[in-house]
Design a protein. Structure first.
Length: 468
């Protein structure tokens, strides 16, 4: 269950904000322990000691030694680079999102219209004049902060002095419930919500965007105005390139609840059942968290210092990104000149390369001709290594057009950083075998005649010489 549903379901069922947390409580490790996640993908992830079993819904920091996590029943934790410690929030309302502009300017929002501000010494409540639950907060600076929430266009703005509800535009009536907000600047703000809702604010009014999905969207983050990611239910990941939104392949069906990155080629998304997927600028790669706790929020100071928070007080600390192999082909070819003819006997060859950062072991390399398996071999390659392979089954060339295709690791024995470059093919069109016809036949015939004349003249001369 996502943090949005965990908070909003009681609103629908009970008509009040009496949050009923239905997640199963899983015992935490004993206090003072830190468990290393048994990752098999090369990443390093640890389960941190938090001292609480309350759900943690979001995380943000100003540096690796100044990190805040917020959660149910007013929970606020602070990390100083060594350990997590509880802070007094002054509320028992659920805190669902946190953001700040500095270590002395941090905002947290939550149920019953709760807004808290931290000035570097204590948390104090702020007046916002709403009882709607606030689910997301983001700002471009301390005097330009947006908060969004549940309840038909709940969008508030803070100008450094007070919170005000943004005025409704003429087409603002369709603005739905919103789950989170992010922007590249004050005039380029994105808000997401249920049923594929994405709205954009240009500094003066909001407009609806086409998301091409009806799945719920839970979070949004970007590295620039033309590189924005939105995540949601059923493993939904959308990307905005500055012109339109397009769906990406996430590799999971688990709901993704939060997204954050340090750059366009270093993005993390987390979600249900301990799901973590990582985007390297090419594709989304599954990462092992070593946990089955639901994860609700993610933030990092860098790609090697990332925090993910979740159910039952879970905080995971990702210290290094998974380094994976990347198997591909440099070239394919033949053991005879490519202008071969019908009847030529040919062996197929290919150079396989591991262009990733880790070794790859015991994967299959296969060669197909016209979709029929010609040969297959098992191979292991160190990172950066390549090898040239030759098929052991020769092919006698026949007429017509043929498709030669090499494939590597089609059974996905090896987890790769790019699973979309595992094939290479060539079109083969053998030429018809030469025959003595046409001008060639004429040339051969003339040659025979010339040779015959030379022989005849030679013989005649010998006979005359003999007669004399």
């Amino acid at each position: 269950m996502t943090k949005r549903l965990a908070v909003l379901l009681p609103l629908v069922v009970l008509g009040a904000l009496a949050l009923v947390l239905s997640l199963e409580i899983v015992p935490l490790p004993p206090a003072g322990t830190v468990e290393a996640s048994p990752n098999g993908d090369g990443s390093s992830c640890t389960l941190m000691t938090t001292g609480t079993t309350n759900h943690l819904y979001d995380v943000w920091g100003s540096s690796s030694s100044d990190v805040f996590a917020v959660g149910s029943y007013g929970t606020v934790l602070h990390y100083d680079g060594n350990s997590w410690a509880p802070m007094s929030s002054g509320t028992t309302n659920h805190l669902l999102s946190v953001w700040g502009s500095s270590s002395t300017d941090v905002f947290a929002v939550g149920s019953d219209g709760t807004v808290l501000h931290y000035d570097g010494s204590s948390w104090t409540p702020m007046d916002i004049y709403t009882t709607s639950p606030l689910l997301g907060i983001w700002g471009s600076c301390s005097c330009d902060v947006f908060a969004v929430g549940w309840g038909w266009g709940t969008v508030f703005h803070y100008d450094g002095r007070s919170w005000t509800r943004l005025a409704k535009h003429v087409i603002f009536d369709w603005l739905r419930d919103l789950t989170n907000v992010w922007g590249s600047c004050s005039c380029d703000v994105f808000a997401v919500g249920p049923s594929g809702t994405i709205h954009h604010y240009d500094g003066s009014c909001w407009s609806d965007m086409v998301s091409y999905t009806t799945n719920g969207l839970y979070d949004v983050w970007g590295s620039s105005s033309s590189d924005v990611f939105a995540v949601g239910s059923y493993g939904t990941i959308l990307h905005y390139d500055g012109s339109s939104w397009a769906r990406m392949t996430s590799g999971t069906t688990h709901s993704l609840v939060s997204v954050w990155g340090s750059s366009s080629t270093d993005v993390f998304a987390v979600g249900d059942n301990g799901t973590i997927v990582y985007y390297d600028g090419s594709s989304w790669i599954p990462m092992s968290s070593g946990s089955t706790y639901d994860l609700y929020g993610v933030w990092g100071s860098s790609s090697t210092d990332v925090f993910a928070v979740g159910s039952d007080g879970t905080i995971l600390h990702l210290l290094s990104v998974a380094h994976l192999p990347d198997l591909s082909f440099e070239k394919v070819g033949f053991d005879v000149p490519e202008l071969f003819e019908e009847g030529d006997v040919i062996h197929f060859g290919a150079t396989v390369v591991n262009q990733g950062d880790e070794d790859a072991h015991d994967f299959w390399v296969e060669v197909y001709l016209d979709e029929r398996l010609n040969d297959s071999q098992t191979v292991s390659l160190m990172a950066g290594q390549s090898v040239t392979l030759w098929s052991e089954n020769p092919w006698t060339a026949t007429g017509g057009s043929h498709i030669l295709e090499w494939r590597v690791d089609t059974t996905n024995v090896v987890a790769e950083s790019d699973e979309n470059n595992n094939q290479m093919n060539r079109i083969i069109v053998p030429t018809v075998a030469s025959s003595p016809s046409g001008w060639m036949g004429v040339a051969i015939a003339l040659g025979v005649v010339v040779v015959g004349l030379v022989v005849y003249i030679g013989v005649s001369r010998r006979k005359r010489a003999a007669g004399q």
